[in-house]
Design a binder for this molecule. Structure first.
Ligand code: SAM
Length: 459
C-alpha cells in the first residue's frame, strides 16, 4: 500500500525514530482484524458465549467486544440476522464504551450512520430512555435505521438534519452526546487502501478540522448541565484530535476533560498539542493494540442551569378499534408485543417512546418502532417488529436450528414446505433460531410463504 508522503513525513516528524518504524511497519502490514460486539439488549454476553459455535477472544476496552477466529464468516451466521451481534472494528467500540450511556437517559449520536456506535449505545441503554440518531447524509440514514432495527431498538428517533437544526430544538437537552466526527480516516488506511486517495482529495486534515470544530460547537449546546460529550475520530492527525479538543476547551470553559483509563488504550499525545492535560484523551495505535487507529475524548459539562424539558408529542389518540387487527394478530401468533405507546400515522402502526417530544421542526426518518401496516382492517407485520420481540416461545412459531439448511433457505427468501415442519393450520408464523426472532412467514396449504424482506436477505 502506498501511503501519502505528506502523511508519513508528518508522522515521522512527530514520533521518535523507533516509534515511527514500529508504527509504519504495522500500518503497511496486510492484516484484517475481524471482531463482533454482542447485542446485550437481546442476550447476555455469558449466554452468547455459550451458544456461539466458536471460541472468542475478548477486546480489552469493550466488555461486549470479541475478536473472531480467522476464516469464520460472521456475516453469514443466522445469529447475525437475529441481531445478536454487530460486526465492527474493535477500536470503533471505544467511543460508545467511554460515553457509558445508562438506561433511561437521553442520548444523541450526532454523526450516526451507519450505526455502529448507535447500536452499542442502544444496547447499553437496554432500549429505554430516548436515543436520537442523526446523520446529514439521507442515504446513509437508511443503513443506520436498518442496523438499529436489526438490534431490536424501539426507543429511537432517526433524523436527517444539519447539527444547527438539531441544536435549535435540543439546547441543554441530552444527558450524553457522541460526536463521531467525519475525519481524514488515517486510522483506516490499513483496512481500506482507497482511503489514501480520498485523504488527498476530500478528507485532508485541513478540510476536516473546521467541520469538526463546528460539529463540536453545536453538540456542546445540546449537552444538558452535568452531561457528557464524547468526541472521536479514526485518524492519527493531532490537528483533528488533541489540538481540536484543546481548541474546544478554550472556547467552552464549561467543559472539562475526563481521563480515559482502559486496558489497551494509550494516553493522548498532550505534547503534540503543547498541553499535557490532553494526555487524558485516549488513542488506540495499531502497533500497540489489536485494532485500527482511534482517538476519543470525554468531556464533562459543568452542573448548574436548567436541563431542557420539551413538550410531549401530541398525536391524535387513535380509537381502540383501530388496533384490533394488530391485537388479533398477536393473539393468533401467540406473542407478547413490546410495551409502549401505539400510534397510527397514515397506514403505519408505530410504537413510540414514552414522553417522546414533539419534533415537527426536524426531518424525521423514523420515530419509534414500525410495528406494521394497517390496510382495510388487516394488519401486516413489519420485519423490525419481529426483531424487536424478545426470545420467546410463541404459539405459532417455526423454529429453525442455526446450523440447519432450512434456516439458510429462509434467510435467502426461499419458500419452505409445511410437511417438512411441525406447523399445523394456515396463518402467520414467527420464525426463530434458538428462540430468537428472525422474521415472519405464513403457512398457506403446504407452503410456508416467506416474508423475509428482499433488502435484508442473505446473499
Ligand atoms: N458513527 C458512525 C458509526 O459508528 O457507524 C460512523 C460515522 S462516520 C465517522 C461520520 C458520519 O458523519 C458520516 O456518516 C457522515 O455522513 C456524517 N456527517 C458528515 N458531515 C456531517 C454533518 N455536518 N452533520 C452530521 N453528520 C455529518
Amino acid at each position: 500500500m502506498k501511503l501519502p508522503e505528506e502523511f508519513t513525513a508528518k508522522m515521522q516528524s512527530l514520533m521518535t525514530n523507533e516509534e515511527y518504524q514500529q508504527f509504519i511497519k504495522e500500518l503497511k502490514r496486510k492484516v484484517m482484524i475481524h471482531s463482533l460486539r454482542v447485542n446485550t439488549h437481546k442476550i447476555t454476553v455469558a449466554e452468547f458465549l455459550r451458544i456461539f459455535p466458536y471460541e472468542l477472544t475478548p477486546v480489552p476496552w469493550c466488555p461486549e467486544g470479541f475478536y473472531l477466529p480467522k476464516g469464520f464468516k460472521a456475516s453469514k451466521h443466522p445469529f447475525y440476522y437475529a441481531g445478536l451481534y454487530y460486526l465492527q472494528d474493535p477500536s470503533a467500540m471505544l467511543p460508545a464504551a467511554v460515553l457509558a450511556p445508562a438506561p433511561g437517559e437521553r442520548v444523541l449520536d450526532l454523526c450516526a450512520a451507519p450505526g455502529g456506535k448507535s447500536t452499542q449505545i442502544g444496547a447499553a441503554m437496554h432500549d429505554t430512555g430516548l436515543l436520537v440518531m442523526n446523520d446529514v447524509n439521507p442515504k446513509r440514514t437508511k443503513a443506520l435505521l436498518k442496523n438499529v432495527e436489526n438490534f431490536g431498538l424501539k426507543n429511537i428517533v432517526v433524523t436527517n438534519n444539519y447539527p444547527r437544526e438539531l441544536s435549535a430544538v435540543f439546547a441543554n437537552y441530552f444527558d450524553r452526546v457522541l460526536v463521531d466526527a467525519p475525519c481524514s480516516g488515517e486510522g483506516m488506511f490499513r483496512r481500506e487502501a482507497r482511503l489514501t486517495i480520498a485523504w488527498r482529495r476530500e478528507y485532508h486534515p485541513s478540510l476536516c478540522v473546521p467541520l469538526q470544530s463546528e460539529l463540536l460547537a453545536e453538540a456542546a449546546r445540546m449537552v444538558a448541565p452535568g452531561g457528557r460529550l464524547v468526541y472521536s475520530t479514526c485518524t492519527f492527525s493531532p490537528e483533528e484530535n488533541e489540538m481540536q479538543v484543546k481548541d474546544f476547551l478554550a472556547k467552552h470553559p464549561e467543559f472539562s476533560l475526563l481521563a480515559i483509563d482502559r486496558e489497551g488504550v494509550s494516553p493522548g499525545r498532550g505534547e503534540w498539542a503543547g498541553d499535557q492535560q490532553l494526555s487524558k484523551t485516549g488513542r488506540i495505535w495499531p502497533h500497540l493494540a489489536r485494532g485500527e487507529g482511534q482517538f476519543a475524548a470525554v468531556l464533562q459539562k459543568a452542573k448548574g442551569g436548567e436541563r431542557l424539558e420539551l413538550p410531549a408529542w401530541r398525536v391524535p389518540e387513535p380509537e381502540e378499534r383501530q388496533f384490533q387487527p394488530f391485537r388479533d394478530f398477536c393473539a393468533e401468533v401467540g406473542i407478547t408485543p413490546p410495551l409502549g405507546r401505539l400510534v397510527v400515522q397514515g397506514n403505519d402502526l408505530l410504537l413510540i417512546p414514552e414522553n417522546l417530544p414533539g419534533l415537527s421542526d426536524l426531518t424525521l426518518v423514523r420515530t419509534g418502532l414500525l410495528v406494521g401496516e394497517l390496510h382495510a382492517g388487516r394488519f401486516v407485520p413489519s420485519h423490525p417488529f419481529a426483531l424487536a420481540l424478545e426470545r420467546q416461545t410463541a404459539r405459532r412459531q417455526l423454529e429453525l436450528a442455526p446450523d440447519s439448511y432450512e434456516v439458510l433457505k429462509y434467510l435467502r427468501g426461499d419458500t419452505l414446505l409445511a410437511d417438512e415442519t411441525s406447523i399445523e393450520g394456515n396463518g402467520w408464523l414467527l420464525v426463530t433460531t434458538s428462540g430468537f426472532p428472525l422474521g415472519w412467514a405464513k403457512r398457506v396449504g403446504n407452503l410456508i410463504k416467506n416474508y423475509y424482506p428482499p433488502s435484508w436477505r442473505m446473499r
